[in-house]
Structure formats: C-alpha cells, structure tokens
Design a protein around this ligand. Structure first.
Ligand SMILES: C[C@](O)(CO)[C@H](O)COP(=O)(O)OP(=O)(O)OC[C@H]1O[C@@H](n2ccc(N)nc2=O)[C@H](O)[C@@H]1O
Ligand SMILES: Nc1ncnc2c1ncn2[C@@H]1O[C@H](COP(=O)(O)OP(=O)(O)OP(=O)(O)O)[C@@H](O)[C@H]1O
Length: 292
C-alpha cells in the first residue's frame, strides 16, 4: 500500500441539463450529459496518526475547514481514522462545476488506495452529493434520476473547453427553486453508432438542440451569467457556449485544446475579475491516485 498519494479532483461540466420532474422529497429528476475535465482541485492523502484536513489554494477561504468539508465527510464515510488530507482548492466554490462533489470522489479514491477500505454503497454516495456518483464514475456519461443513474454514451471527439466564472457563487437549491417548470422534456435520443460525433463541431451542433433548464433561473439570480455567455460566444473558434450545472460557471467548446488556450488567453485581460480556465476532456484513467 502506498503511504502518500496525490489525486486530481476534476472539474465537472453538464454539457446538457434537462430538469424533467420532481420527487416527493423535493429533489429534481435530471437528464444530463456529463464530462470531467483534465484540471481541477487536488486532494493529497498521507498515512498519519489521526484524521485531519488542511485546505490550501486560491479558493481555500470559500470552503469550510471543519467537519462539513466534503473531503472530511467522504473520509469519515470510508471509516478513515489515520489519514492526513490536504485539499488544494483551485476551482471556485458553489459554481456548478462539481467542486465539492469532485473533492469528495477524489477523497474516496485516495482513501481506498491508501487503506484498502471499500467504497461506500450507492445510497451513501448520493447522500454526500448528487454529483458524487458521476464524479466517482470518472467517464463521460448520461446522468439521470437525481444523479444516481449513470449510463454510457457514444465516444466523444477531441474537444477544447474554456470555463468562465463571472465572480459570483450561486446556491444550488435557490436556482432549482426559481425554475418556472419542473416537467421539461428530456434530451433528444442519443445518436447511435460508434462515433456519431466525428468532431467537436458535430457534437456542438447536436448540443445546440438540447438545453440547460437551470440557465434561465440562474440568470435571474445573477444576470452577469448572460455576459459570460456572450463573451465566450464572441471568442474566435467558440462552437457553443452554455452554463454548467446550477451556475454560474459557463463553458465554451472549441475544436482543440490549443484553440481553447488561445481564447482563454485573449479573454483574461478583458475580464480581470472573472475566473477563466482552459483544458480538455479527462483522459481515461487520469483520475487514479498517484503515489508520491
Ligand atoms: C445541478 C447539478 O450540479 C447537476 O449536475 C447537481 O444535481 C447538483 O449536485 P450537488 O451540488 O452535488 O447537489 P447536492 O449537494 O446533493 O444538493 C444540493 C441541493 O440541490 C437541489 N437538488 C440537487 C440535485 C437534484 N437532483 N435535485 C435537487 O433539487 C436540492 O435542493 C439539494 O438540497
Ligand atoms: N470541498 C469543498 N469544496 C467546495 N465546496 C464545499 C466543499 N466542502 C463543502 N462545501 C460546501 O458545498 C457548497 C457547494 O459547493 P460546490 O463547489 O460543490 O458547488 P456546486 O456548484 O453546488 O457544485 P455542483 O456543480 O455539484 O452543483 C459550498 O457552498 C460549500 O460551503
């Protein structure tokens, strides 16, 4: 067993997010295409006498340091007694890109690799956060139910992605509560065949016919989201711009990682208060903990 591990907690984006109903307990039924990106937070785990958490990085001040941090909640769920955890918080909190859920999933992976403990069951994962199952899954997929039903999707083409957060945090329950309708149509049927989206343009063309039903209520709370979407749409090479999750982070899709890097570099000087990051899709296996 390794004694010290480093794990990526990748940013998550909802390429689509259809809200199709509501359960009796208030949780909403979703139909969403989810991908993870090749950048995000980082969770380090080392053998130690007690369970502890240090939080570092540019957004450390925006997340709890105590027992409510999803890293510690995930570690306790694994029964971890002697693990020193360090969260490097690079993703803005409460921003629709899965930060806390991805940190929790990375912690589950790291503690499993460090101690040999088994992963929690599906019910316990969902109680940590609706996005925890998809973040633990690690691969592009369709997410349904309230987040616990994950199915495979056709292979995706190479993509570049730019994320833009216009400097506002949004409460996920408040955005769901502002929905005008909860019984919206699901996604169109997924195309069939081994590579129905031969390139990023073909994927963007299909996504243009789908929705994020939380965009409208999120823009009511934070009108600056519309400015972030417009800024992305105006970048050369941007194929599609949408909001992720419950916002306020928006993503732009580009034909390549180089085109995304170029657009992010061009946008930064024009929007100094915004968080802007660029990358690509998470390669298979890249979510696995790395011994240090
Ligand atoms: C909107 C998404 O980001 C889409 O991927 C996720 O469904 C939200 O995932 P999350 O932040 O991990 O969500 P949780 O922490 O479990 O839930 C936060 C709150 O969002 C609302 N919520 C969440 C998921 C869901 N399917 N229906 C909901 O209504 C509930 O009010 C819940 O109390
Ligand atoms: N490790 C963590 N990182 C981020 N937030 C955390 C963490 N632990 C607890 N939280 C709390 O969870 C809340 C939601 O943060 P998170 O970054 O998961 O946002 P989100 O936008 O709801 O994500 P999602 O895309 O899954 O909806 C924050 O307001 C914060 O107080």
């Amino acid at each position: 067993m390794p004694r010290h591990l480093r794990t990526l907690a990748p940013a998550k984006i909802n390429l689509t997010l259809h809200v199709t109903g509501q359960r009796a307990d208030g949780y909403h039924l979703l139909d969403s295409l989810v991908v993870l990106l090749d950048f995000g937070d980082r969770v380090d785990a080392a053998e130690a006498g007690d369970l502890s958490l240090s939080v570092l990085g540019p957004y450390a001040a925006d997340v709890p340091r105590g027992p409510d941090n999803l890293v510690l909640r995930a570690a306790r769920l694994m029964g971890a007694g002697g693990v020193a955890l360090t969260l490097h918080k690079h993703l803005p909190a409460a921003s629709g890109i899965g930060g806390g859920s991805s940190d929790a999933a990375a912690t589950l992976r790291a503690v499993a690799a460090l101690t040999g403990a088994v992963l929690p069951d599906a019910g316990a994962l969902a109680r940590l956060g609706a996005d925890v199952p998809v973040c633990l899954h690690g691969q592009p997929c369709r997410m349904q139910g309230v987040g616990e039903v994950l199915t495979a999707i056709p292979a995706l083409p190479d993509l570049g992605v730019v994320l833009v957060n216009p400097g506002v945090g949004l409460s996920t329950p408040a955005v769901f509560a502002a929905l005008a309708r909860r019984d919206n149509p699901p996604m169109d049927p997924l195309p069939t065949g081994s590579a129905p989206w031969p390139d990023a343009q073909a994927l963007a063309d299909w996504l243009r016919g789908q929705r994020n039903d939380l965009s409208r209520p999120a823009i009511i709370h934070a009108p600056v989201i519309a400015e972030a979407l417009a800024a992305l749409e105006q970048m050369p090479g941007c194929l599609l711009a949408r909001m992720s999750g419950s916002g306020a982070t928006c993503f732009g899709l580009f034909p390549s990682r180089a085109a995304a890097d170029h657009a992010a570099a061009a946008l930064r000087p024009r929007a100094p208060g915004w968080w802007i990051a660029a990358g690509g899709l998470l390669p298979p296996g890249a979510e696995a903990p790395i011994p240090l």
